[in-house]
Design a protein around this ligand. Structure first.
Ligand code: BGP
Length: 476
């Protein structure tokens, strides 16, 4: 008898403000870091800290400026999510809608009202909001004026932002996530923490100091949430995916462990409440000196998260053999080596449903706290058939196999709160800034350059996922 998904399992989907809302300067919203990211080959250098201008350049196309116009179409989109039977919708608040400059004395009422309206619309259909405080968008003013998260002042600005939204939405939101994919800071420092580097700077030192500031800010947000919102659940959020050693050579095994610890470091601190020994060794051996303030260690220890949120797209492979290292997959920021036993997506992301079960067990064994899958999905190029319908059987296959793997993890005893698949509606890709990398059960008529009617239409997977939810994961 295969395991059942628990009653009350939070089936749904996940989106992010900067990839969905658009209206990038509307109703008082300030510029965010993602509003300065173009598409194409100029995007990546900026994502790793090489930004050259703090204002949008005339004539350049910025995909977040309009995204898919959720800001004006959220009622229609939420009605479609409700038609699929969503129990939860993961979404993020754009910090710069609430505090346009990040350090404003007062919040922007129009921004607060927008999310009030969105949460009310969700509750109209019985859909639970799961809200991310920071999903890759830092107010640009904080970057220009303070250097973003490299500056300790960001901790106070973030705490004020968190306290403001917790107080405003305390009767509407009980599931919160602090920093989206907090480990991404090491790989895409501008995306994860708004870091812009000058020539000759010690980037590793700056990244880990910024990480410390985010970790303290995350703990202070957990503290504030528990003081303000009764029965609140606050999670951290990790870009997860186990690293496999390419061979049984112990050097490969150690390398795989080290690679996973790059990510676990952040969650160890947020879930166990202290810096692990391997991180301290890494700092010693790499001449990194994280400056802590009095009380930081006590805050980290006292205010750990209630659950572990994570994204899973694929597993990774590592090798210490320079020859093998030449077979690195494209497209994935973790630089995985091609796994000869598995296929990849059109963007080179390994497709490994069994790895999903392995990763969920790895996380649950390590933290012994409830897990929440807040991102999983297949980015693909969709083609409509002669009737104009997208028969995305490839996406159904990917999701079916990953949901089966999740069920196996539950059978293993892993406690899973829910599953919000990434991009239930086609939205802007974070890594490419393109629309052609589509994840949705719902198609949006918008191309890479922002052209189209923005009309929504149902793909084949829309009807499939609806009956998956209706059967609580029985009918796959
Ligand atoms: C994660 C982000 C999401 C989403 C996802 C898919 O890193 O948390 O914002 O974008 O990746 O990646 P992409 O959109 O690049 O295909």
């Amino acid at each position: 008898m295969s395991a059942q998904f628990p009653e009350g399992f939070l089936w749904g989907g996940a989106i992010a403000a900067n990839q969905t809302e658009g209206a990038y300067r509307e109703d008082g919203k300030g510029l965010t870091t993602v509003d300065l990211l173009p598409t194409g080959e100029k995007r990546f250098p900026f994502m790793v800290g090489g930004l050259t201008s703090f204002t949008p350049i005339d004539g350049e196309f910025y995909p977040s400026h309009q995204a898919i116009d959720f800001y004006h179409r959220y009622k229609e989109d939420i009605a479609l999510f409700a038609e699929m039977g969503f129990k939860a919708l993961r979404l993020s608040i754009s910090w710069a809608r609430i505090f346009p400059h990040g350090d404003d004395a007062e919040p922007n009422e129009a921004g607060l009202q927008f999310y009030d309206d969105v949460f009310d619309e969700l509750h109209k259909y019985g859909i639970e909001p799961v809200v991310t405080l920071a999903h890759f968008d830092v107010p640009v003013h904080l970057v220009k004026e303070y250097g973003s998260w490299r500056n300790r002042k960001l901790v106070n600005f973030f705490e004020t932002y968190a306290q403001t939204v917790f107080s405003r939405y305390k009767n509407k939101v009980k599931y919160w996530l602090t920093f989206n994919e907090i480990n991404m800071l090491l790989h895409l420092p501008y995306v994860g923490a708004g870091l812009v580097f000058q020539d000759g700077e010690d980037e590793e030192q700056i990244k880990y100091q910024a990480a410390h500031h985010q970790l303290v800010a995350s703990s202070l947000a957990v503290k504030a949430a528990h003081e303000i919102i009764p029965n609140v659940q606050v999670g951290c959020m990790l870009a997860a995916g186990m690293t496999y050693p390419y061979s049984s050579d112990p050097d490969d095994v150690q390398d795989a462990l080290d690679k996973d610890r790059d990510s676990f470091f952040f969650i160890d601190v947020q879930s166990r409440g202290e810096y692990p020994g391997y991180a301290k060794r890494f700092f010693r051996e790499n001449n990194i000196s994280v400056q802590m303030e009095a009380g930081d260690e006590e805050v980290l220890k006292a205010h750990t998260v209630d659950f572990i949120g994570f994204s899973y797209y694929s597993s990774r492979v590592t090798s210490t053999d320079p020859e093998i290292q030449k077979n690195t997959t494209s497209g994935n920021v973790f630089g995985s080596i091609i796994n000869p036993y598995l296929k990849t997506s059109e963007w080179g992301w390994t497709i490994d449903p069994k790895g999903f079960r392995i990763t969920a067990n790895q996380l649950y064994d390590r933290y012994q706290k409830p897990l929440f899958v807040v991102e999983n999905g297949l980015g693909a190029i969709d083609q409509a058939n002669e009737n104009g319908v997208i028969e995305d059987d490839y996406r159904i296959e990917y999701l079916r196999e990953h949901i089966k793997a999740m069920r196996e993890a539950i059978n293993d005893g892993v406690e899973l709160l829910g599953y919000t698949s990434w991009g239930p509606i086609d939205i802007v890709s974070a890594s490419t800034g393109e629309m052609k990398k589509r994840y949705g059960y719902i198609h949006v008529d918008r191309d890479n350059q922002g052209n189209g009617s923005f009309d929504r239409s149902k793909k084949k997977s829309f009807h499939w996922y609806k009956q998956v939810i209706q059967s609580n994961g029985e009918n796959l």
